[in-house]
Design a protein. Structure first.
Length: 477
């Protein structure tokens, strides 16, 4: 089998490889992907450092053309790349193609942004002096990504990093190197100079840790667990390095008595169970007022009966497998914890077997949960959600905000008053009214508050805040 290698200083390299396994069919090896060493990582950092002076001064047209070419190729290959994504991560083919299209749109967006770079010219408070405020590239950026969005998250970190003139050392998650390799190959062929984008696949403890320990990374943008995010933060203080951390959530979805029941059920089922619940914007706390509670639970249970859990590539599959054995164990452990804590298992909770050996778990719904239970406080990251019964809107809002996280927060209501109040008072970076908590646009800011995020927002124009540094220049006329 061919080894998909790392790209360091413009050369494909690496003989050590690991298997990329399909979670829908664990007999299937998607490919063999290089596993980089600490030395590979240091070489990649050195290559990115050497490439920075020229790339940081490259013309905006060159950056535009490369980003546009990448966006176009990803779009042209959406079905093939979507299938690769579905095979390595396990989300359904329509979800995977949708994510691939989004990656393409992100490259298109930043191709446009490259042509819109601008600064400000302002008068000085002193006579005969002019002041210019410009944004300059930050330097070498370390990009560390998780497994749950194998193409969109790399795209939304790589595209702005290149757009604003930075060079990159990119380390994707071990479980899903395939899509990352594909977009690096596409960008490399689109004409990026050697060393501008370096790919080092491999272990977090080796490749990732070597990146954290390097004094030569000016910034690290990270999406992953709270624990690793903290390591990124602590190591970065030592090196006076800029960081952007996206670390998950425990997102609430409030359903009020006045909600349109079918809108609420569609939004809640999507939030909790689509993409197998493996989205940091997924909702696992369904906070429901008493007047609609029983009808909502009955309708959700009916809805869950209609969702097929099966091979990600099979037509008609609504929910793919859990990503791997370790995550499956976490999910089933939390199901046991929920039962022991006294929540009532209203639906699911069982492993399922299918034609192919994979990590199949029924969508699982608890009722009679409280917001103090571990299943309501800790991120599970699987198809497991709980219904928490509350008296009224005020209690719903208080429970929604009573969490260490603050990424996304949703409400289903037909009341303008409650929707408006919730938008203002939800302690989250993103608020959704009559929509799932997950599923965001590519051209507007993404990020959270409290334990979910640290640093400036990702995506859209706001990405410039992280990927650039501001210069204020004074000139005597
Ligand atoms: P998850 O539990 O979702 O896998 P992790 O935080 O472990 O979350 O992984 C997110 C990313 O961080 C992955 O690319 C992983 O390899 C990387 N990573 C894990 N440990 C470290 C580390 N010590 N230093 C840097 N990166 C790491």
């Amino acid at each position: 089998m061919t080894i998909y290698q790392n790209l360091i200083a413009g050369e494909w390299t690496g003989a050590e490889a690991v298997e990329n396994i399909n979670p829908s069919d664990t007999k299937e090896v998607v490919g063999l992907y290089a596993s980089g060493s600490a030395a590979d990582t240091r070489n990649a950092i050195a290559a990115a450092k050497a490439a920075f002076p020229a790339w940081s001064r490259s013309g905006i047209w060159e950056r535009h053309v490369i980003l546009k070419k990448a966006g176009d190729e990803i779009m042209a290959r959406k079905d093939e790349l979507g299938a690769l994504l579905a095979r390595e991560e396990g989300k359904t083919l329509p979800e995977a193609i949708g994510e691939t299209i989004r990656a393409s749109q992100i490259f298109e967006f930043f191709a446009g942004e490259a042509l819109r770079l601008a600064g400000e010219v302002v008068p000085s408070v002193r006579p005969n002096i002019g002041v210019e405020i410009t944004r300059e590239p930050l330097g070498v950026i370390g990009i560390i990504t998780p497994w749950n969005f194998p193409i969109a998250i790399p795209a939304w970190k790589i595209a702005p990093a290149l757009c604003y003139g930075n060079t990159i050392v990119f380390k994707p998650a071990e479980l899903v190197p395939g899509c990352s390799w594909a977009i690096v190959d596409i960008l490399n062929r689109a004409g990026l100079p050697k060393g501008v984008l370096n790919l080092v696949m491999g272990k977090g403890s080796i490749v990732g840790q070597t990146m954290l320990d390097s004094p030569d990374l000016a910034g690290i943008t990270f999406t992953g667990s709270v624990g690793t995010g903290k390591r990124v933060a602590v190591s970065s203080i030592e090196h006076n390095r800029k960081i952007q951390l996206e670390m998950g959530g425990k997102n609430p979805m409030v359903v009020l008595d006045d909600a349109d029941l079918s809108v609420a059920v569609e939004a809640a089922a999507n939030s909790a169970f689509f993409s197998t619940g493996q989205r940091c914007t997924a909702s696992s706390r369904l906070i429901v007022t008493e007047g609609i509670h029983d009808r909502f639970v009955a309708a959700m249970t009916e809805k869950l009966k209609t969702l097929n859990v099966d091979h990600a590539l099979k037509t008609g599959t609504h929910i793919g497998p859990v990503v791997d054995e370790r995550q499956l164990k976490t999910d089933t452990d939390y199901i046991e914890i929920g039962k022991k804590e006294g929540a009532k298992l209203a639906f699911g909770g069982e492993l399922i077997s299918r034609d192919t050996p994979g990590f199949y778990l029924q969508p699982t719904l608890f009722t009679e949960a409280t917001n103090q239970m571990r299943i309501s406080r800790e991120e599970i990251f699987g198809p497991v959600a709980s219904v928490i019964r509350v008296k009224d809107y005020e209690e719903a809002l208080a429970v929604a905000n009573d969490t260490p996280f603050g990424l996304s927060s949703g409400i289903a209501t037909t009341s303008l008053k409650h929707a408006t109040h919730f938008k203002r008072n939800a302690e989250a970076g993103m608020v959704m009214v009559n929509l799932p908590t997950a599923g965001v646009d590519f051209h507007v800011p993404f990020g959270g508050r409290k334990g979910s995020s640290y640093g400036s927002r990702e995506q859209g124009k706001y990405a410039a805040e992280f990927f650039t540094t501001v210069k204020t220049a004074y000139t005597l006329a």
